[in-house]
Design a protein around this ligand. Structure first.
Ligand code: 1HN
Length: 336
């Protein structure tokens, strides 16, 4: 009887809620997203090998996706975010395109890389944080003599969920440079705003946050001793026009950890992708230990309690979907 009813419902494109209720409204976060660490010393040879397999131009973007083993085949690093390691070899360029997805980049190694965002060529140096907001033309290149590698973070799963993806290829392989380098930094990166700036724009007009400035801010904060027990010294990358996140749905941050310290236990509902800028240590998650060192990437899933132990003065970068969760009123945090 119940089976016949179910069959009839199927034919009417209906299905009983009571069969799936427990899965739809889970007691706690349970996506399957796993705590995972990608050691750079293992990932780097694979990234360089990708350089022998395909050119940046043919690949469009030569990237190895950091796919969460609990979300296999979905090109996801967490349920809502994508991360990958991108390689551009000397003399190469990756073609100009634009899409609905927003991207952030953390430069890992190599000098001489650049990305052009809306007509401004942005030089890439290790530790630099760079964004490509939704709908902005962007292409990359490498004028230097060494491979350039960076971590990409995109809101691909979010845009997929919303079924709002568009991509366009630029008529030219690379866009022309129409603004001097440093233009956005001069306009928006000094606590000043052009008088008629439209602050309702959601993405940051500042798209380059050079590491030298970030490190200086961290060092000054360190001197003032304002250390959060759970977060150490932490800055989020802000849209200078609004104080909000640089990318509307993603919060990116840098975190300075003192030598021989361990942060207090913390958990939150925003699964976070970390990338080690410098230093080494351990991430304690429940009863598991993940050893991290320079340029490693690791994921702390939603609602997992963790602590960061640092062997020396370390700097971590990270990003999560925190602003989206805050907007939806679902962000939950717990200290201790
Ligand atoms: C993209 O445009 C970039 O511009 C990197 O560097 C990774 C992954 C999926 C879709 C677009 C980039 C991407 C991407």
């Amino acid at each position: 009887m119940a089976e016949l009813f179910r069959d009839r419902l199927q034919q009417q494109n209906m299905t009983p809620l009571w069969d799936v209720f427990k899965d739809l409204v889970a007691k706690e976060p349970n996506s399957g997203c796993e705590a995972t660490l990608w050691r750079y010393c293992d990932a780097r040879p694979a990234v360089l090998e990708a350089g022998e397999v395909i050119s940046a131009s043919d690949a469009e973007r030569r990237v190895l996706i950091l796919e969460n083993p609990g979300l296999k085949g979905q090109s996801r690093t967490t349920t809502s975010l994508y991360a990958g390691l991108q390689l551009v070899l000397p003399g190469e360029s990756a073609p100009a395109h634009r899409h609905s997805q927003s991207a952030l980049r953390l430069v890992i190694e190599g000098d001489g890389g650049y990305t052009t965002v809306n007509g401004e060529r942005v030089p890439m140096a290790p530790g630099d944080f760079i964004i490509t907001p939704a709908g902005c033309w962007h292409d990359h290149g490498n004028d230097g003599g060494e491979p350039v590698v960076w971590l990409d973070g995109l809101d691909i799963p979010m845009i997929g969920l919303l079924d709002a993806s568009f991509v366009e290829h630029h008529p030219d392989h690379v866009q022309s440079v129409t603004r001097p380098s440093g233009d956005a930094l001069a306009r928006y990166g000094s606590g000043l705003l052009p008088v008629n700036y439209d602050a309702s724009l959601s993405s940051s007009p500042l798209f380059h946050y050079p590491y030298a400035r970030t490190l200086d801010a961290l060092n000054r904060l360190r001197q003032s001793g304002e250390v959060d027990p759970c977060h150490g010294l932490k800055f989020v990358f802000a849209n200078p026009a609004t104080g909000g996140p640089a990318i509307p749905g993603i919060e990116a941050f840098v975190q300075g950890l003192q030598a021989n310290t361990t942060t207090e236990a913390y958990r939150a509902t925003d699964a976070t992708v970390f990338s080690v800028i410098s230093g080494s240590g351990r991430m304690h998650l429940d009863d598991r230990v993940f050893e991290w060192s320079e340029h490693d990437t690791f994921v702390v899933p939603s609602w997992c309690r963790y602590q960061l132990e640092s062997h020396n003065e370390g700097v971590l970068f990270g990003f999560s979907d925190r602003p989206l969760q805050r907007y939806l009123g679902v962000l939950r945090e717990e200290r201790g």
